[in-house]
Design a protein around this ligand. Sequence first.
Ligand code: FAD
Ligand code: NAD
Length: 466
Amino acid sequence: MNSYDVAIIGSGPGGYVAAIRCAQLGMKTAIIEKYSTLGGTCLNVGCIPSKALLSSSHHYEEATKHFEEHGIEIPGEIKVNLEKMIGRKQSVVDQTTGGIDFLMKKNKIDVYEGLGSFKDATHIIIEGKDAGEIEAKNIIIATGSKPSNLPFIELDKERIITSTEALKLKEIPKHMIIIGGGVIGLELGQVYYRLGSQVTVVEYMDRILPTMDAGLSKELNKVFKKAKCKMMLSHKVQSVERIGDEVIVKAENKKGELVEFKGDYCLVSVGRRPYTDGLNAEAAGVNINDKGQVDVNDHLQTSASNIYAIGDVIKGAMLAHKAEEEGVFVAETIAGQKPHIDYNLIPGVVYTWPEVAAVGKTEEELKADNVEYKVGQFPFRALGRARASGDIDGFVKILADKVTDEVLGVHMIGARCADLIAEAVTAMEFRASAEDISRMSHAHPTFAEAVKEAALAATEDRALHV
Ligand code: FAD
Ligand code: NAD
């Protein structure tokens, strides 16, 4: 039987990054993945394919709606070849997952294809292509998550679908009804409205992106409404029924009335659930809590002291970069180091256009904590760079402590915010004040100038360009 210092179950961004870091630290490492490709949800059916389709559909929107104003004329009709678009997405996925194969080989990590389940706290049984048993001193559970569903919805995966199917549709829906105005609903909703679908978003809460700063929700809602999407907020879905090629969604509005929506596809995007099916965690003495998550302490150690868990399968945000940080954290902990993660400084990004990004506390959270804060906000439309490219929607908002001026939260919506947020994370890691940011030189003309201007506005209400 092969023996390892560390065995990792699951090869998503949590698992494969943990494997690389363990190998870098000199540990003999194995990774077990039930699918034939590595990379987990993120690389196969999550981050990467959704961003590929967002990019393709963005190009289409630019070509059909914005090229003309730039003086670019394309004779004839501009058409979408969905099959080719989905094919390109798949080749991006294939290249990316292939890259993980390379990294496993480079780092001399043994890869086992098959379902991993615990025999006990140090032995894993593998069922599938590489069937057998391995032994490991330490084990990391990185089994990720799956789409959750509402109890009354039967997902047929043809017309009533999850994000996984929405990433490989064979036709452009005429009318896609999206249940859940969270990250997946909005990213994929934008893909399909750009390609020509009518999109209706049915959201239970009174705003989309309910966990983000309310100002961001409001601004993105405007973008969707401008694109003629129906944004049905405060609507609680009661039933979803398929009749032939038609899908009928019934939801209760604020007044208690039942409202009906008819479409040809219904995307259910109401969150994801931690995935531990088939793991046989109890055989190793690993506790699963009532939310279905693997229970961990501050060291990400489970109730079995040699077994750790990371990523979507434990508490916290279900984000690839959070899983990656935890992978590194556990590898270093096993190696005897004392790593640290500041969960408050894990940014959240929605890759719509305009992009939405945030780090730190929201105004709602600061108010709830009775923290006195000041706000500096700057609109992109006041930037030369934004006007030059035609991306004038959105703003950067900086929240700073009223007394110390320390930056407590940064919330932004606009072009390239997914990348701009890194400056805010860096500043907050170093506990910068708004004045610190405002005194740093930002290249002109760039979108990043909005961060400096918002910092100036927060410091002394002295933004230069408004
Ligand atoms: P996963 O990536 O889910 O990987 C777990 C792996 O474990 C899977 O490959 C699974 O097959 C395997 N596994 C499970 N059980 C076993 C077993 N018993 N034996 C062997 N293998 C097993 N996050 C972002 O940060 N940015 C984004 O842009 C983003 N976009 C997303 C878009 C979509 C459509 C979706 C669905 C998710 C997106 N996410 C995004 C979330 C991101 O994909 C997850 O947070 C991330 O993949 C979690 O990583 P993980 O390693 O914990 O688990
Ligand atoms: P989510 O939690 O972001 O959004 C789910 C939405 O569904 C919420 O707004 C919620 O209020 C709503 N909802 C729940 N029950 C409902 C009901 N009965 N009727 C109507 N609406 C209802 O979940 P998601 O969009 O499915 O994404 C799952 C996870 O994947 C998220 O945690 C997210 O972090 C991750 N993800 C991240 C990215 C990214 O980082 N860009 C992209 C996609 C997914």
